[in-house]
Write a protein that binds this ligand. Structure first.
Ligand SMILES: [Zn+2]
Length: 244
């Protein structure tokens, strides 16, 4: 019994440390007590959002879920969706002001935070794909075994903002051409393994990183079908090995 007290103290300090490093996790966990409307189960919209925005949110979530089911088979991810109406609110929940949306994944839950620009099926489906991968592999394996380029490349298969073509071969060609148009020299996959490498080297580099990832993933699908992607994920799940 005397060991219990120090264990509780250590756990308590770990919790405090976690919350101070990731305050957005605490905010997301308590979103229902904040200034949000609970639109439907696990969907929250800022109280200042208009009825039109709320209707759009529900409509786009439906479209995004359909894309998740088409690509992943079924939706296992259960992230709570939080739609913010202004940049400050978004930054509070996402911890960054960048991007139209972000996914916060933790071992205890996940949240998809959207800002005004994220009110569309592309951004929601993109973030749902991140949540889907993490749900299927678990937080630890996703963080330690999945390179960022793979996670982002797969998410772009559900996100039609950069390339509209949906036929796998046409989509691959479109990404390849766009990438060639952007730069004659794209980064190697080894240079896009971590979030820091992918997002931390300026806007243009991140754009190149997205197109590079999408070209590689769409090429794999064009030759081997979606099954090839699922096999890679399965191998990580069963053998703890990433092979592409
Ligand atoms: Zn992403």
């Amino acid at each position: 019994m005397r060991f219990l007290k120090p264990i509780f103290i250590i756990l308590f300090f770990c919790f405090i440390l976690f919350i101070s490093v990731f305050p957005q996790v605490l905010r997301c966990s308590f979103v229902k007590y904040d200034d949000f409307i609970n639109l439907q189960p696990k969907v929250y919209a800022a109280t200042t959002s208009t009825l039109k925005q709320q209707d759009s949110l529900k409509k786009y979530i439906k479209i995004a879920k359909k894309r998740v089911e088409d690509f992943w088979g079924d939706q296992k991810g259960k992230a709570t969706i939080i739609f913010c109406d202004n940049p400050e609110e978004y930054q509070n929940y996402c911890r960054t002001s960048d991007g139209a949306g972000c996914t916060i994944g933790t071992p205890v839950g996940s949240w998809i935070v959207l800002n005004k620009d994220g009110l569309n099926a592309d951004v929601i489906a993109h973030e749902m794909s991140h949540d889907e991968l993490m749900t299927r592999l678990g937080w630890w394996k996703t963080r330690t075994k999945i390179p960022t380029w793979f996670d982002e490349g797969v998410a772009l298969m559900l996100d039609y903002r950069f390339v509209e073509a949906q036929d796998s071969i046409q989509r691959y060609k479109a990404y390849r051409d766009e990438l060639f148009f952007l730069s004659k020299k794209s980064p190697s996959l080894e240079e896009l393994s971590t979030e820091k490498e992918f997002f931390g080297q300026g806007e243009f580099y991140t754009k190149l990183a997205y197109y590079t990832s999408a070209s590689i993933v769409s090429r794999k699908i064009a030759y081997g079908g979606k099954q090839a992607i699922h096999e890679t994920i399965q191998k990580v799940k069963q053998e703890n090995e990433f092979e592409f």
